[in-house]
Design a protein around this ligand. Sequence first.
Ligand SMILES: [Fe+2]
Length: 405
Amino acid sequence: MFRPVAQIPLDYSVFKDKNSVFAWAPSGAILFGNGCVARTGQELKRLGVSRVVVVSDQGLVKAGIVQKVLDALEQAGVTYQLYDQCEADPSVETVEAIAALAKDADLLVGVGGGSSIDPAKAAAILVTNGGSIRDYQGCDKFSKAPLPLVAIPTAAGTGTETTPFAVITDRQRAWKMPIGGTGIMPALVIADPELTYSLPPHITAATGMDALTHAIEAYTSRCTEPISDALAIQAIKLLAKAIRPAVFRGDIDRDARYDMMMGSMLAGYAFTSASLGISHCMAHPLGAMYHVPHGVGNAICLPVVMEFNMGAWPERYADIAPFFGEDVSGLSVLDGARKGVECVYRLVEDLPIQPLEHWGVTLQSLDQLADEAMKGGDRPNNARMTTKEDFIRLYTKALTLKKQG
Ligand SMILES: [Fe+2]
């Protein structure tokens, strides 16, 4: 079985403190709201677009979600071609196939999560710059502006619709390539919470925990700044309140779905600036080596990492419990921080997140996992410094977390 074994760090962040300068480069536009996907065609017409390639996968075709986009394009008279063969861990070959289809297109429309939007971002580079996508590994390695991209997320989680990054798997080298640059920020995000109504509870839980991890890691990283803080705080509040109802009655709770979609998007913008932490460093090799879904890996690692981190920045961690609606008055700063960690442990226990054992992770694999986590691009951004021995202890603790399936 193919197993990517490593990622190289993408150096897109600059350490930020009150003596440093930070920059913001948000996406072009956001259209947000229930039913707004029906306006996709008219929005593209308004942009002067007439030929597009829609990028998605078979699951979203079967769920009828892609058809909603295609109907909107047809009603507005926008000509389209559909690429619906995206896979998990999108490959170099997928990017090449999308780019070949899009060589005469005005714009790409990515419908889905990272498995659709990431290869669309990468193909957008290839269409205008040529060559192999391997040439553009790293940050800002392309010279010509990529084809514009519209991102339509179908789950509240990855936040890829808000970021200038894509991860493409190179099967020849068993390698996950980070590709980044402000040119691949979507020109337009169309975020329609209705597209998430039919997601099953375990997917809502995993993707929602990925979003919450983005928000908490962005709020506690070494790269925080005032704008990302504002976004991360609001994201944590929305996600903390909405995630249980979205998981347990997501078929009827429109408000919870709305708040999850908004929280996920805000968290995406927050971490684009503030970066992430070591929960993501730990989740990536779990995905690469054991196919643990990204959100599941983060759900299990996040509380363990928060507990490890909180002593490095207790004032910041003490903010978190009140975002969950908990009262910390009368507590010391450290006890307040501990209460925030407990909120996240309880949340993960409540949700249908399967334990690492379920995915075949064993104590014997911890050494290799820790080696891979040490290579994580966000390790320098984490609140607390880490060693390989720390990662072994953290993975060991994560393995002992038993969750109902
Ligand atoms: Fe993530």
